[in-house]
Design a binder for this molecule. Structure first.
Ligand SMILES: Nc1ncnc2c1ncn2[C@@H]1O[C@H](COP(=O)(O)OP(=O)(O)O)[C@@H](O)[C@H]1O
Ligand SMILES: [Mg+2]
Length: 86
């Protein structure tokens, strides 16, 4: 395991958070989930981990910060869905 400051922790560098991830997935089976918390507490790393081991879901990850319009967001979402379904 290597400590990298900056990008989300993935693969072997991800310190496992099984309880939090199980809780998120349970909540997602019931409804939409807003996974909120202070910056740099590991939210994106957990989402990357769920994407790597999706179980019953078909996860896509979108960074909406870079989109200024709904059209751009939907287009990015469709692109990711296409890739995931391919
Ligand atoms: N599960 C984890 N295992 C190892 N390092 C982690 C983990 N979660 C967070 N980190 C460390 O914290 C930093 C911020 O994590 P990140 O997932 O980007 O947080 P957030 O999305 O909440 O801002 C990462 O660059 C990494 O150094
Ligand atoms: Mg993040």
């Amino acid at each position: 395991m290597e400590l990298r400051i900056g990008s989300p922790a993935t693969g072997g560098n991800f310190y496992q958070r099984p309880v939090l991830i199980a809780k998120l997935l349970r909540a997602l089976k019931r409804d939409n989930v807003a996974f909120l918390g202070p910056r740099r507490t590991g939210k994106t790393s957990c989402l990357e981990q769920i994407k790597a081991q999706p179980g019953d879901f078909l996860p896509i990850l979108l960074n909406l910060e870079k989109h200024d319009t709904v059209e751009a967001w939907l287009s990015a979402m469709l692109g990711e869905l296409r890739k995931t379904l391919a």
